[in-house]
Structure formats: C-alpha cells, structure tokens
Design a protein around this ligand. Structure first.
Ligand code: GSH
Length: 315
C-alpha cells in the first residue's frame, strides 16, 4: 500500500501533461501510485488537496501537493536525483523549451484534435472545456482552422528533426541534447504523443518527412519503468491526513514584491482554468510559490505552484 513517502500522481490516461510525468517516472525508473481522476468537474477527492486547482495532473508526496508539471518535474529532480533528467545542456533550456511545447505547440495540437474528433466528444466534456477556457466551442471554426494548424504543427515537429539532425552530424548522439534522454526530450514528447492518441494518421504523415524524429519518438515510447500501483482518491486523502508537509523555512527573501511569510494570498493560472487558490504564504521566490492550507478533509497541506504562468495576489 502506498505510504506518505511515495509518489502519487492524480491523473487520467488520455491526459498529455500526465504523460509527461509518466514518461519522467519511466526514465527515472521511479515507482509510483496512481489515482485515476475524472477529466471533467466535479473532482471531489482532488479538491480537498488542491483547494480548487482543477487541472491535471497533480502530484502528491505525503502532504505536499504540486500543481503544474512545471513545478513537479524540478521537484522530482530534487528529490530523486539519479538518473538525472536535468543533464548538461538541459538546465534552464528545458524550461524555455517547455514554454513552447506547453504553449504554442500544445494549442495547435488541441485545435487539430478537437477539429478531428470534436464530433465524438461527449457534451459534458465540451461544456466543461467551454467553461474552463472561457471560449465558445465552435466546431465549424475549429474545422476551418485545422488545415492551417496542421501546417503549423508539422513545422514545429520539423524543429525536432533539425535538432536531431544537428546532433547526428556532430556525432553527439540520438537524443535532443547529448547522448541520453533528458528533460528537453520529456517536454518535446508530449505533443506527438497527444496527437498519436487522437489523430494517429496525421502523426504518421508528419513522420514521413521526419525519420529521425519518428525514431526518437519510438525509442522514448519503448522506455519501460515500474508498473504503477493503483490507489483510490480516498487512500490518497488518508495519506495526506497522516503526513505533515516537508519542513521548509518560510522565506520571501528572494521575492520582488512586498509579500511576507504568513500573508494570506491567492494564486491562479494566467491562461485557463483560472480558479484562485487561497492560503498562507510560506515561500515565494523566482521559481515557486508555496502556500499552506488547512482543509477540513485533508488537514494541513503545502501547495506548490510554479511562478511563471501564475498570478499571485493578496487575498
Ligand atoms: N500547465 C499545466 C497544464 C495542465 C493541463 O492543461 N492539463 C489539462 C489536461 S492534460 C487539464 O487540466 N484539463 C482540464 C482538467 O483535467 O480538468 C501543467 O503543466 O500541468
């Protein structure tokens, strides 16, 4: 049975951001526990842990809750150092690459996928995503935009081909940077995976002109890791209740705003699913924000958010 020291991922199978985490676990050979969460609201077992943050995935280690893959991945590297994904050449650059893979490239993936399979999506899913994004779900407009997005998507895949070809010419290996797969590979894997799940023919057509990328993608897909242990959301809540957040000196010393530890603050994503989460500030620096929350169900928690992509204000 999972314990307070184990890694718990709250996720669902078809979630591309969750696949980033699952790939990172496989590459790092980490055992983990899996809580399957709904892809739409309500998420009753998740909300006590996140204080209202609804996006997928969420990483839990005891009573520490990590919202957003941008903070989960550095935390994994910090806690489980070997084998490292933050290999030489990946430091810093991986985060810049993620800004592209999770932003512009991901938006193109979403447009292509919705245009292709939007007809088959359950109405409840469409309603949920309409509300979450604040934008109307206009299938005809998406279908009209799809050919342009497919061009854009393929060109972005070709950036990987260019990188891999550069590496091969320099004789430094078959991964995006250097001789082993690292964090940049994890970020770059997500969009091809997401497209393959939904529009496999399109990915196959793109691969016709990107043989190095196809080979790179297949090698990443082949990486095996420990099989996750399925647990229920209730067990995850029990684990949070029985644990205490990892001790962390309260500090806002490196912050540029005038926050101080103990401030009652609220934080929310700046792009979509803009739900404010409230708590007491523990840490604010250039990398992350940690807030302490007391929840009637989950008790005392530390919630970790990345700084980029999130708005922090006094509550
Ligand atoms: N920046 C976030 C994005 C996460 C994200 O957009 N996840 C999608 C699913 S893959 C989502 O939250 N969809 C709505 C939901 O699951 O409730 C991260 O890196 O974790």
């Amino acid at each position: 049975m999972a314990d307070a020291h184990s890694i718990i991922l709250h996720h669902f199978d078809r979630s591309p951001f969750s696949e980033k985490m699952r790939l990172a676990f496989r590459l790092k050979n980490l055992g983990w526990s899996s809580v399957e969460i709904p892809s739409i609201l309500p998420k009753p077992d998740l909300m006590p842990l996140t204080g209202g943050y609804r996006r997928t995935p969420v990483l839990q280690i005891g009573a520490d809750i990590y919202c957003d893959t941008a903070i989960m991945l550095p935390e994994l590297e910090r806690r489980f150092q070997l084998p490292s994904l933050n290999l030489p050449g990946h430091e810093g650059l991986a985060k810049m690459v993620a800004a592209w893979t999770d932003g512009k490239w991901f938006q193109a993936s979403v447009g292509i996928i919705f245009a292709a399979v939007g007809d088959q999506m359950p109405q409840a899913f469409i309603d949920d995503r309409t509300k979450m994004s604040g934008r109307a779900f206009d299938l005809e407009a998406m279908k009209a935009a799809a050919p342009f997005l497919r061009d854009q998507w393929r060109t972005q895949l070709m950036w990987l081909e260019e990188r891999l070809s550069g590496g091969q010419e320099a004789g430094v290996g078959h991964w995006l940077v250097g001789t082993k797969p690292g964090m940049i590979d994890v970020h770059a894997f997500m969009n091809p995976w997401f497209v393959e799940q939904n529009v496999p023919d399109f990915l196959a057509a793109c691969f016709d002109s990107a043989p190095l990328t196809q080979n790179w993608y297949e090698r990443l897909k082949d990486v095996k890791g420990p099989v996750p242990e399925p647990i229920t959301g209730e067990i995850a809540l029990d684990i949070a209740r029985a644990a205490a957040p990892r001790l962390k000196p309260a500090s806002t010393a490196q912050d540029m705003r005038d926050f101080v530890p103990g401030d009652h603050v609220a934080i929310c994503p700046d792009d979509y699913a803009k739900d404010w989460v409230e708590g007491e500030l523990v840490v604010a620096n250039s990398e992350r924000v940690i807030i302490a929350r007391h929840d009637g169900v989950a008790e005392n928690l530390h919630l970790h958010f990345p700084r980029v992509g999130y708005l922090l204000r006094r509550a």
